[in-house]
Design a protein around this ligand. Structure first.
Ligand code: GLN
Length: 306
């Protein structure tokens, strides 16, 4: 399959839609540093299991990975704790927005899954107990894509200044005993992981272990076991795009994880990993053009888990 041609076609088809007037799509406004990002950007990149790469558009422009970081923090936590992780975090889709508080009350402070904010904050707490969580995460990402990866300090500060809902989630969970560490420490780790900046090309490579039964995309060494990798992919499919996960499975049928920076990473097991980015979001907090790009990719290639 000529992936470069396919990505070029997708880019050409979507470029005229970059002016998203009238669609309601807009960049995340609740984090001031993200509100300043131009919505008129679109990038896409993929890397196959045999190392072939393809890219189009703004694929080399760094963006704020936001909730895509939750895949990699989960990977670190599963590696360290395996089954023990699941005593404090569920594995069911939430059907609610990513920053929703409501389920925590009736479910006694146990977040539905590791990909909503509450779940990722609970994962961050586990990682804080194990060591320097942000340093571990940056080291993992840098190793996975073979390039140094860093945090955008301005975005991290902006999140910390306005993260009122995340503070509410963390305090609520602390009240139920879900967090072992200080709320401020855990939130600092969480905000900084969300503020990691990467390009589509770096992300497509970094996610490569997810299409290779857990093998490192560059070195081939195990990042996760094959069974653990299946679980991460299953969670991405069922929970990776919040209350749009059903729609994503229906229309795209790939494990996906989105972030409010406008990135979406997607996995075609045994074939390839890809990343799309366009900052304007739909009402569910998923990239408006990113979703369309993934739909086009699946339509053109027939690659889907179904
Ligand atoms: N969906 C997202 O990407 C949310 C991440 C964002 N940093 C937040 O905590 O609100």
């Amino acid at each position: 399959m000529d992936f470069q041609l396919i990505l070029d076609e997708i880019h050409a088809e979507l470029r005229p839609r970059l002016d998203q007037a009238g669609t309601g799509a807009q960049v995340a406004r609740y984090i001031p540093a993200l509100a300043r990002v131009s919505p008129r950007q679109f990038g896409i990149a993929l890397r196959t299991c045999d190392g072939t790469t393809a890219q189009a558009g703004d694929s080399a422009v760094p963006f704020s990975i936001q909730s895509i970081s939750k895949v990699f923090s989960l990977t670190l936590a599963i590696r360290a704790l395996d089954e023990a992780l699941w005593t404090r975090i569920g594995r069911e889709p939430s059907g609610s927005p990513f920053n929703s508080l409501v389920q925590l009350e009736t479910e006694r402070g146990i977040p539905r899954n590791p990909f909503i904010n509450a779940g990722a904050i609970a994962v961050a707490d586990r990682l804080v107990s194990l060591g320097d969580a942000n340093a571990e995460l940056l080291a993992l990402l840098s190793r996975l894509c073979g390039e140094p990866i860093g945090i955008d300090a301005e975005v991290a500060q902006s999140e910390a200044d306005t993260g009122f809902r995340n503070a509410a989630l963390a305090n609520f969970m602390k009240g139920f005993g879900t967090l072992d560490n200080e709320v401020t420490t855990v939130l600092d780790v969480y905000f900084r992981q969300c503020a990691i900046a990467m390009t589509c090309e770096q992300m497509a490579c970094a996610a490569g272990y997810l299409c290779r039964d857990g093998a490192h995309p560059l070195a081939g060494t195990p990042v996760l076991s094959a069974a653990q990798t299946r679980r991460v992919n299953a969670l991405m499919l069922t929970c990776g795009t919040y209350d749009a996960a059903g729609e994503f499975a229906f229309r795209i049928g790939l494990p996906c994880k989105s972030g409010v920076g406008g990135g979406i990473v997607a996995v075609v097991p045994d074939h390839l990993s890809l990343c799309v980015w366009s900052p304007a979001l739909d009402a569910t907090g998923n990239s408006y053009l990113g979703r369309q790009a993934l739909e086009l990719f699946v339509a053109k290639t027939g690659l889907s888990v179904f």
